[in-house]
Design a binder for this molecule. Structure first.
Ligand code: NCD
Length: 305
């Protein structure tokens, strides 16, 4: 399926071919072969939940490709604070733009918006569910580092229950025959639904409690923070907060060649001494959010064909 006019809501709607096309378009954008493809387009960026990287990188991506941004960073500055429904906001804004980017705390909200809008909707994170554009930039960063995605061994560590980035990433990596090791406290394991999906796809995975148990052949250690805001009970959060701290010693114990990734923001799960190692690629990863989001918006608006 082509990309023009298409909403990007979940990795479950995508194929390996789609992901390869996004990586290729990101490469063309980063290398300057594609540029200016959002000229004359208006993109609405609507954030109903806090963000630094995702929102600013979308806004920067739009401007760097010649497009215009409208939107809000905070729902209290929109008419939702006057009691307007989410559906009415979408019905209105769809007439003001060529595509919309939405982050919202409720799972399924991006899908709902795409059912209402007449322009493509890009999900920039819906609750604990999915975060597809983070996965695209993660895939691009791995592809840039290894020259391939096929058959990598990836360890995902941290809050695998509430972390939407690892949900999208596990589904995506399964399309490339990855091996996965899930590292989390028992109460924050990868949801059964995703584990079932991996089993059905014939993807091997293991579940362990600490990074040292992941073996010494990981290609990538993908670290995530414990998602404090998604816990109903603060005591439940406290019982698992600070469960991990990746140090340069941990990196050595994993064989020393593992690449350490993180969607950011980091709290205390990676110590700053790791930043100095060549293994630490999380800031390059964050910077890849620009060409990735440029390319994706180019594809869905038809500016890149
Ligand atoms: C992630 C998110 O919002 O899910 N942040 C991001 O977009 N880079 C990860 C997180 O908040 O922990």
């Amino acid at each position: 399926m082509g990309f023009a006019g298409r909403s990007i809501i979940s990795l479950h709607d995508m194929t390996a071919g789609d992901l390869n096309r996004i990586i290729e378009a990101t490469y063309d954008t980063k290398s300057g072969r594609e540029s200016g493809f959002l000229r004359g387009k208006t993109i609405a960026v609507m954030f109903f939940e806090p963000s630094t990287r995702t929102r600013l990188s979308f806004e920067s991506a739009i401007q760097r490709s010649g497009g215009t941004v409208i939107g809000f960073a905070n729902p209290t500055s929109s008419s939702q604070s006057k009691g307007e429904s989410f559906a009415d906001t979408i019905r209105t804004v769809t007439g003001y733009c060529d595509a919309m980017v939405i982050r919202h705390p409720v799972e399924g909200s991006a899908r709902l918006a795409s059912d209402i809008a007449t322009v493509p909707v890009v999900n920039a994170g819906d609750g604990a569910n999915q975060h597809p554009t983070q996965t695209f930039l993660d895939l691009f960063t791995m592809w840039e580092s290894f020259g391939r995605l096929d058959g990598l061994h990836i360890g995902m560590l941290g809050d695998l229950k509430y972390g939407r980035t690892v949900h999208s990433l596990a589904t995506a990596m399964s399309m490339f025959g990855a091996r996965m090791t899930f590292i989390s406290p028992h109460t924050l394991q990868m949801p059964d639904m995703i584990k079932r999906e991996l089993t059905e796809a014939g993807i091997g995975f293991r579940e362990v409690r600490q990074p040292e148990e992941a073996g010494d052949d990981l290609d990538v250690l993908y670290v995530t923070r414990i998602q404090r805001e998604r816990f109903g009970d603060p005591q439940e959060y406290e019982s698992v907060a600070h469960s991990f701290r990746i140090t340069s010693e941990t990196v050595r114990s994993l064989g020393g060649r593992v690449l350490v990734m993180h969607p950011l923001p980091r709290v205390d799960e990676i110590s700053e001494d790791v930043d100095l190692l060549p293994n630490a690629i999380y800031f390059r990863q964050a910077h890849n959010g620009i060409p990735t989001r440029q390319a994706l918006l180019g594809l869905v608006t038809g500016g890149i064909s």
